[in-house]
Design a protein around this ligand. Structure first.
Ligand code: FES
Ligand code: ZN
Length: 300
């Protein structure tokens, strides 16, 4: 098969676009997609200070690399979640990349800095580790971005992630989640930093090609707590559909953003307050992060 752009031998086929690319033209296509997503959705400009959230996985490593190469003003942030070897290895991957390319990186360690243990907290609170982890990550990314004057937080969510989230939200009729789902979560309070997903039209596979072609080291394994997660089941189901009908995920997500989303409204009148302990934005007296820290002190 020939590359649709330069007619040389193709090494990558993208069924959903009915396209094939050589390595060089694939990278051209990839960069264009990212730039188009950023510009079309007004995510950020060259002079914005962007905090890129990295986990060591292929998606966030690809995002970090492409934004640096395109000349954006980015600083990466990594959180060591204290999930045994998985966390140690992912920190190593991220630190190696920063060192090799001389890039700024902020590292936080939830056990050492805040005494938080995801496993113990999830057992005590009878919540899934992923939900405890999500609360901690959201809080810390926002806090670091706010405290250090970043205008936007960028994450490596891809088309597969977004389509799976959409499927979950539809199956559960999560109306306010549906109203908010999208590549940009705007700033609704001075202390809540805008969040963006520049890779939302690129698949896991395309991010994988990007890191492999650029010889970027990444962590192959998934978080051990994600085993059995509902989102993985949704991804598997969507993969089956995609296999039989290429383009399904894209039609599903982009169709929703263009035609479906406007029919959903966010639950209104949620009063935003400032946490009595740390001052960050919350809907209750004390934010969920501060509550977790307290529970953690009582169980350790
Ligand atoms: Fe958060 Fe796995 S990365 S629970
Ligand atoms: Zn708080």
């Amino acid at each position: 098969m020939k590359c649709i752009r330069c007619k040389k031998k193709a090494v990558i086929t993208l069924k959903r676009h009915n396209a094939a690319f050589c390595a060089e033209c694939f990278l051209h296509y990839y960069r264009n997609q990212v730039l188009k997503n950023i510009q079309k959705n007004k995510m950020f400009k060259k002079d914005d200070k962007v905090l890129v959230v990295v986990s060591g996985g292929k998606d966030s490593m690809a995002l970090w690399d492409v934004l640096v190469k395109e000349g954006y003003n980015v600083v990466a942030m990594y959180i060591n979640l204290g999930i045994g070897e998985y966390s140690n290895r992912s920190q190593e991957v991220v630190e190696n990349f920063a060192k090799k390319n001389n890039l700024p990186l902020i590292v936080k360690n939830i056990k050492e800095e805040f005494g938080l243990d995801i496993y113990k907290l999830s057992k005590t609170l009878k919540r899934s580790p992923c939900s405890v982890c999500g609360t901690i990550k959201r809080y810390l990314f926002n806090k670091v971005a706010y405290d250090n004057g970043f205008s936007v937080i960028a994450t490596g969510h891809n088309l597969d992630d977004e389509a799976a989230t959409l499927l979950g939200n539809i199956l559960n009729w999560g109306e306010s989640y549906l109203a908010r789902q999208g590549p940009v979560l705007p700033q609704t309070h001075p202390k809540l930093i805008k969040k963006v997903k520049p890779l939302y039209t690129l698949t896991e596979k395309e991010n994988m090609y990007y890191v492999l072609l650029n010889k970027i080291e990444f962590l192959h394994e998934e978080c051990p707590y994600s085993v059995g997660a509902r989102s993985i089941l949704y991804k598997e189901l969507l993969n089956e559909l995609e296999e039989k009908s290429p383009g399904t995920k894209q039609r599903f997500l982009i169709g929703f953003l263009e035609k479906g989303k406007k029919h959903f409204k966010e639950v209104e009148n949620i009063e935003l307050k400032e946490c009595k302990t740390c001052g960050h934005v919350t809907t209750t007296e004390e934010c969920s992060f501060c509550r977790l820290t307290k529970v953690s002190n009582t169980v350790s």
